[in-house]
Design a protein around this ligand. Structure first.
Ligand code: HEC
Length: 105
């Protein structure tokens, strides 16, 4: 959905070094993915509502997989919003575990 998200991501990871020592490597990676792909709509603090998207802190893996990769929800899940504004971002499929780790905290 953006020009070169993976290049941006690589740059962000390269520049981040040890930006936040409190995060595990997986969570730090998830944070970079989140900052690169999600904060156009969600808040930089996942616990807060963003300019467009709802808070996503604590989202379980199956929710992230369904919503981020396919634009759907797990069976029986009650979405925070009835809208369908978010575009699926299948490119982050390899990072779903890292994203889950970051949002879990
Ligand atoms: C284009 C704006 C936009 C982007 C980019 C975006 N989202 Fe969303 N997101 C939304 C909106 C708006 C909703 C509310 C449902 C809807 O309208 O699709 C949402 C809903 C969600 C939900 C479901 C919340 C719930 O419990 O109902 C999750 C999880 C989520 N987003 C995660 C992410 C992640 C992770 C990323 C980055 C990989 C991301 N979103 C990128 C706009 C966006």
């Amino acid at each position: 959905m953006r020009g070169a998200p993976l290049a941006l991501l690589a740059l962000a990871v390269a520049m981040s070094g040890c930006s936040d020592g409190r995060l595990s490597p997986a969570a730090e990676r998830g944070r970079q993915v989140y900052l690169a792909h999600c904060i156009a709509c969600h808040n930089t603090d996942p616990a807060q509502p963003g300019p467009v998207g709802p808070p996503v802190k604590g989202s379980p893996r199956e929710l992230l997989e369904a919503k981020v990769l396919k634009g759907s929800y797990p069976p029986g899940y009650a979405p925070k919003r009835p809208t369908k504004v978010m575009v699926p971002i299948p490119a982050v499929a390899p990072e779903i575990d890292a994203l889950t780790e970051y949002l879990r905290r």
